[in-house]
Design a protein around this ligand. Structure first.
Ligand code: NAD
Ligand code: G3P
Length: 340
């Protein structure tokens, strides 16, 4: 069933475009808001978004728009696909218009200083809005190319979850619901850091054993951190936890992995980010995560190691040596209890 109102997607990058297309393919009228009028006009004329999703045809049901206030006024359900660095700055000025709306963040980042996740920023800006997140193993290009894909909508608001499921479910996209908004969102933000490490390991020609060790120890580390913050560790066994970790740490289509690969080839961080030309959220997340782990005294050797390479002048070989020679540890070191 299609919505009476158009559905808004905020953000003209690869994920916003992929989600807008999915919604339109399901018969929804989509107002796809982007800040750049030239980009909007180019999409209207060519039905493509060549900078971010070259070669993908954009459905006629997607209407590129640049008037943010008019877009928010017209829509009840709003997907936010802005970079984490831009979300607050873009939406604070229109906060009043968000009241009572269903806001679904797809942005996988953490705000510096506040350590707020993106849906917490939405809550902060618009306390009267209904808030959710969409997260999972969802590489934008694969979503747009109709690879069979699953995602998670997470919110305490069941009606919002059902609305998102109805709007997005289709032949190639399946949405699972969760009530654990915090855990789902945290998983999406944390995995980007480990994807950078996985990209570095790939560039150095490390083997499949190494990849498996990295992913598994990353899962242990991010779960340990999440538990310290009061999250449900079981969420990390789902699509938005280990699912997203696997895809992002395994695929050269991931921008975070690409940054790591470039670093492993010897590029500086600045050059690696410049070569990418798109958002790699893990680059900002690593700084705030390292600081928070120290503050909370959570053992996160992979995070500490990446931080040491990027910002403390350590070499990759020094860090690998330290990681492999660290004191012996147990394998699974958190025990889910019925309290969660
Ligand atoms: N691309 C993916 O595969 C994917 C999948 C799931 C989630 N995400 C998440 O979605 C978020 C957005 O990523 P993306 O891949 O679409 O990014 P992108 O790099 O493809 O595009 C970013 C877009 O944001 C716009 N933008 C930047 N600053 C802005 C501002 N101040 N106001 C308005 N627009 C602004 C840019 O013009 C661009 O259109 C990220 O947090 C990412 O983690 C991405
Ligand atoms: O391209 P990345 O590294 O931002 O990852 C994209 C998605 O988050 C994968 O689920």
């Amino acid at each position: 069933m299609t919505d009476q109102h158009p559905i808004a997607v905020l953000g003209g990058g690869s994920f916003g475009t992929a989600i807008a297309n999915l919604l339109a393919e399901n018969g929804q009228h989509v107002l796809h808001w982007m800040r750049d009028p030239e980009q909007a006009q180019a999409i209207r004329l060519t039905r493509e978004n060549p900078r971010y999703l070259k070669g993908i045809k954009i459905h006629l049901g997607v209407e590129p728009v640049t008037d943010l206030a008019a877009t928010l006024n017209a829509c009840q359900l709003i997907f936010v696909a802005l970079p984490s660095s831009a979300l607050r700055q873009a939406l604070q000025p229109v906060a009043e218009l968000l009241s009572g709306k269903q806001l679904v963040s797809t942005t996988k980042g953490i705000e510096a200083q506040s350590f707020l996740l993106m849906s917490q920023i939405l809550e902060d800006i618009a306390p009267q809005a209904r808030i959710g997140v969409l997260s999972g193993p969802n590489l934008a290009r694969e979503v747009a190319e109709h690879a069979l894909t699953a995602s998670v909508v997470a919110s305490e608001d069941e009606e919002l979850c059902q609305h998102v499921q109805a709007a997005l479910h289709g032949r190639t996209f399946r949405v699972y619901a969760s009530a654990d908004r915090f855990g789902v969102e945290l998983g999406g933000a944390l995995k980007n850091v480990y994807a950078i490490i996985a990209g570095m390991a790939a560039a150095m020609g490390m083997g499949e054993n190494t990849k498996s060790m990295l992913i598994t120890r990353a899962l242990a580390e991010m779960t340990r951190f999440a538990v310290k913050l009061g999250a449900n560790p079981m969420t990390f066994l789902g699509l938005a936890g280990v699912g997203d970790l696997i895809v992002t740490c395994s695929s050269a289509k991931s921008r975070n992995y690409q940054v790591g690969f470039a670093l492993g080839e010897g590029l500086s961080l600045e050059d690696a980010v410049a070569r990418l030309g798109e958002v790699a959220e893990g680059v900002n997340t690593i700084k705030v995560l390292k600081a928070k782990a120290e503050e909370l005294q959570v053992y996160m050797p992979l995070v500490a190691g990446l931080h040491a390479i990027l910002f403390e002048g350590r070499t990759l070989n020094q860090v690998i040596g330290a990681l492999m020679n660290a004191e012996p540890k147990t394998d699974v070191d958190f025990i889910p209890t019925t309290g969660f």
